[in-house]
Ligand binder design. Sequence first.
Ligand code: NAD
Length: 311
Amino acid sequence: MKRILITGGAGFLGSHLSDRLLAQGYEVLCVDNYFTGSKNNIAHLLNHRQFELIRHDVTFPLYVEVDEIYNLACPASPVHYQRDPVQTTKTSVHGAINMLGLAKRVNAKILQASTSEIYGDPEVHPQPETYWGKVNAVGIRSCYDEGKRCAETLFFDYWRQHKLRIKVVRIFNTYGPRMHPNDGRVVSNFIVQALRGQDITIYGDGSQTRSFCYVDDLLEAMVRAMNTGDDFTGPVNIGNPDEFSMLELANLVLRLTGSQSRISFKPLPADDPKQRQPDISLAKTALGWEPTVTLEEGLKETISYFRKLVS
Ligand SMILES: NC(=O)c1ccc[n+]([C@@H]2O[C@H](COP(=O)([O-])OP(=O)(O)OC[C@H]3O[C@@H](n4cnc5c(N)ncnc54)[C@H](O)[C@@H]3O)[C@@H](O)[C@H]2O)c1
């Protein structure tokens, strides 16, 4: 039976991925240092015979026997990754080196959870994988953006130099149950504010757009990417190309929660991209994948999770 390592397995995406791979009958080894993840996310798995949990920081080497590695460890929201920016870069870069080293030692296939932040504040819209991006090397988001860029470089150098089997997926905004309530990401922010009856905060005038992918759609693509033939490395964009302005999202959240909250506007933070939308042509052809969950359906699931948490 295949044994699969998930780094960052107690986080938002990692915990759902654990559920999914266990349901498919695999053994899952979850590694996390709980920087942003929580045991609550995986509490329901602790007695599962095929689930194992290790507290470990990926900036240090790890010696385990596995067949596949999903490298998800890294704080993903600006609030968290800017809290200790040096650690963020270390997690991406040293973490990638350690996990690639492990993959090489045990001949495992390895997938990197990269990000649309690779594209920075893009001049090309929507962004195809061939676009190299417009990234600030010295800004407050750079620890994350440049860390993830360097991790991609390492993945491709291990592939070229050591013939490692790699898969790089570039994830665009993803949302769903088990997101952190206070991590400043727009979907969780809006929902929590609406459920608490607080003002919904929009940074800028609300015209900046984002695309939002529901977690189930995202994981379907991630697992398909892992299962592609050895000649497919990516990078491949995964996300939902449907674009919504912040104002549209706020109004949808207000409608679905039935909240009486008002919308308030604040200045845009530095380096905030004005527009980001995935070009998923490659995912469609290489993975036979496209998202199926509408924003309204996904928000309903997410709102019902946050209702239990916030009440
Ligand atoms: N959710 C998104 O919209 C999104 C978008 C783009 C990329 N990603 C990437 O997907 C991955 C998972 O994101 P998420 O949304 O689940 O975030 P998350 O913060 O919920 O999960 C990250 C997990 O990594 C763990 N972690 C952090 N540093 C670690 C370290 N040094 N050693 C071991 N574990 C460590 C955290 O404790 C947490 O459990 C991240 O790599 C992120 O960059 C996510």
